[in-house]
Design a protein around this ligand. Structure first.
Ligand SMILES: Cc1cc2nc3c(=O)[nH]c(=O)nc-3n(C[C@H](O)[C@H](O)[C@H](O)COP(=O)(O)OP(=O)(O)OC[C@H]3O[C@@H](n4cnc5c(N)ncnc54)[C@H](O)[C@@H]3O)c2cc1C
Length: 364
């Protein structure tokens, strides 16, 4: 194996996208992760893709560009991996339960203006005519027609396949990772691979894409807490329903969507529980409560529950993107599935000097 120039820490969507682009740019790279594929936020994620309405700030424009390029991104990955990623265009429906929410969504409607064809308000009766399973508590719905859904484990699997086909070493379930900083932004790495063989790289450039675990690596590099990232738990529950709706629903900072076989998934966005991967029945109950507020069904059977740790950058919004030691792309608290692939292109374009325009489809 050729000695890697870069070592990507983290086999979530961000790390794997960075490694794919570096390899495509002809750079030698490896990926390391102490866990198995999909054990971070990416594997837990809902995979909902909603572009910002009327994007203005650079961040919103970037997320808008990510959405615009997503179908092509999935197509490229399907072709490169010979795998079929589950991906669907679906409307996002924001349900109003209170008069305040009705007012808020109506304000959104007037702000969107009459030229905005993709977003519109439905009164309660129109909404229930469209989706007859909506509960009687729903006072109306703000519909954003431009949305999509992707199955994150498929993305990970396709990216892993592409990297393996390109002979990029992917060290999963590594143990005893030792990092020793050297000069010029390089580090010496030593770890045991999944077969317990010792691997050593005397000098590689680390790229930290370890999501909520990034601070632990920074600490090993004596850099904590300069680039502080906090873990924010998000729990999800999967239920067996007796109907299915082709839309993604949002309600009180929760989201609800269906997968084949009438499986209803509900997730929380903002659990401020810190670094905690336990499943709590109180949180499951609260997600079930959200389901019964959204839909008129009496009983659900719970099929599965899980949670993931979202990486959140403290004291400032957005994610860290740094092109000098410590090179970082981490802190995608929300929208990492949507924006991560394009952010990875941006980082690699800066590292390799290739313009972002050379990376189809995430162009500037
Ligand atoms: C429940 C939930 C629902 C979500 N829903 C959505 C959604 O609908 N749409 C959306 O766009 N985003 C969503 N997100 C956010 C999205 O999942 C994240 O933004 C994205 O997955 C972050 O990717 P990542 O690669 O940075 O992190 P991760 O996927 O967490 O990957 C980081 C990796 O680093 C590894 N690691 C840990 N320690 C080390 C180490 N010492 N060395 C090397 N590697 C290490 C971890 O094992 C992990 O595999 C959701 C998140 C959660 C938790």
């Amino acid at each position: 194996m050729k000695k890697p120039q870069y070592c990507v820490f983290g086999a979530g969507i961000i790390g794997l996208c960075v490694a794919r682009r570096l390899r495509q740019a002809g750079v030698s790279v490896c990926v390391i992760d102490p866990r198995d594929l999909g054990q971070g936020a990416t594997g837990a994620s809902a995979g909902l893709l909603e572009p910002p309405m009327k994007p203005r700030s650079p961040f919103q424009l970037a997320r808008h560009a990510s959405f615009e390029g997503y179908s092509q991104f999935v197509e490229d990955l399907n072709r490169e991996s010979q795998y079929e990623i589950e991906f669907q265009h679906l409307p996002h429906v924001h349900l109003a339960l209170t008069d305040e929410e009705v007012d808020k969504f109506k304000r959104w409607e007037s702000a969107a203006g009459s030229e905005e064809q993709s977003a519109f308000w439905l009164e309660a009766q129109e909404a229930t005519e469209r989706w007859r399973q909506l509960s009687s508590q729903v006072k109306g719905a703000w519909v954003h027609d431009r949305g999509a859904w992707v199955y994150p484990p498929d993305l990970l699997w396709a990216l892993k396949t592409v990297l393996e086909d390109q002979d990029v070493p992917l060290y999963l379930q590594i143990q005893n990772l030792e990092i020793e900083p050297k000069t010029d932004g390089q580090v010496q790495l030593r770890f045991l691979n999944s077969s317990q063989s010792e691997i050593q790289f005397d000098s590689v450039i680390p790229i930290l894409c370890a999501g909520a675990w990034t601070p632990a690596i920074l600490k090993q590099l004596d850099l904590f807490p300069e680039f502080e990232i906090q873990a924010i738990r998000g729990q999800m529950v999967e239920l067996q329903a007796d109907f299915q709706i082709e839309a993604i629903f949002h309600l009180e900072n929760r989201y609800l969507y269906f997968r084949e076989g009438n499986r209803l998934l509900i997730g929380a966005t903002t659990e401020e529980a810190g670094f905690d991967e336990n499943i709590y029945s109180a949180e499951t109950d609260s997600l079930l409560d959200t389901a019964s507020k959204a839909f008129s069904i009496d009983s659900f059977s719970v099929l599965n529950t899980w949670c993931g740790l979202r990486p959140k950058v403290l004291r400032r919004g957005g994610a860290w993107l740094r092109t000098e030691f410590p090179i970082l792309l981490a802190g995608h608290y929300k929208n990492g599935i949507l924006g991560g692939p394009r952010d990875a292109d941006l980082l690699v374009s800066k590292l390799t000097g290739n313009p972002l325009e050379s990376f189809s489809p995430f162009k500037e």
